[in-house]
Write a protein that binds this ligand. Structure first.
Ligand code: NAP
Length: 248
């Protein structure tokens, strides 16, 4: 039977690219979106027109109860989720950290950190041999910001991705003998709409000079790394954090 992959924020940016490539590899998909319903429906229609099995769920990953309901719905359709990609994430306008409001910081951590933890909790309960599951893979989408710190841009975002790195390392060890692998990718500057939320949609091209490879990345380049970590080719890889950042 085809493996089922749940991608949070799977209808735009890196998540949308990943879903297209995952379908080519024969995955059945459960995609979640938060607010861009029209774009989500368009994306899912395209995938279904190519013959893919896709379940679409509106989900705000900040809401633990809603996350639990989404995993139940996915489990009801697919038996269990085989691969979870914690991809949903946000930035906020660039600036100095001493100017950031509490609500901004809380929103970033609620989405990037708490959301990834809530989804991982549900995934472990479905996948773990401890609970009768057949195992699985979790891939977290961190950011190279966790290593660089993003001074003058969004130190809060960088810190949230540092937490995602720690989540990856700790959870990987916790469930390593329960047939679950947990890894992360750390994208560098990738062409997606997320940069509009930082205040400059042209940020990737403006920062090309600061990237050793002298170009931003394409979402597909991140997606292919995620697919490798999810695959059996990475069967002895867990707790790993893979930089996909053009050398940054
Ligand atoms: P994007 O194009 O802005 O897409 C973000 C996705 O996350 C959207 O599908 C959005 O849903 C979803 N989302 C946002 N808040 C959510 C919430 N509270 N609950 C559920 N879903 C939510 O961003 P992207 O560039 O593809 O980013 C994907 C991941 O890569 C993020 O974790 C980001 O931090 C990471 N990353 C990106 C870059 C880059 O340069 N692009 C670099 C490093 C790391 P809606 O469409 O419905 O709003």
């Amino acid at each position: 039977m085809a493996r089922a992959m749940l991608i949070t924020g799977g209808t735009r940016g890196i998540g949308a690219s990943l879903s297209r490539l995952a379908v080519e590899q024969g995955y059945q998909l459960c995609l979640t979106y938060r607010s861009n319903k029209d774009e989500a429906l368009r994306h899912v229609d395209q995938l279904r027109n190519s013959g893919a099995v896709v379940k679409l769920i509106q989900l705000d990953v900040r809401d633990k109860e809603a996350v639990e309901q989404a995993f139940k719905a996915a489990g009801d359709q697919f038996g269990q989720i085989d691969v979870l990609v914690n991809n949903a994430g946000i930035v906020a306008p660039s600036g100095r950290m001493d100017t950031f409001s509490a609500s901004r910081i809380e929103n970033i951590f609620a989405t990037n950190v708490f959301g990834s933890i809530y989804c991982s909790q549900c995934a472990v309960k479905q996948m773990s041999s401890r609970y009768g599951g057949k195992g699985g893979v979790i891939v977290n989408v961190s950011s190279i910001a966790s290593k660089l710190g993003s001074p003058g841009e969004y130190v809060d975002y960088a810190a949230s991705k540092g937490a995602v790195d720690s989540l990856t390392i700790g959870l990987a060890k916790e469930v390593a003998d329960e047939n679950i692998r947990v890894n992360a990718v750390r994208p560098g500057i990738i062409y997606t709409d997320i940069h509009r939320d930082s205040g400059d949609i042209n940020r990737p091209d403006k920062l090309s000079h600061a990237i050793p490879m002298k170009r931003p990345g394409q979402p597909e380049e991140v997606a292919r790394s995620i697919l490798w970590l999810a695959s059996d080719d990475a069967s002895y890889v867990t707790g790993a954090i893979l930089d996909v950042s053009g050398g940054r």
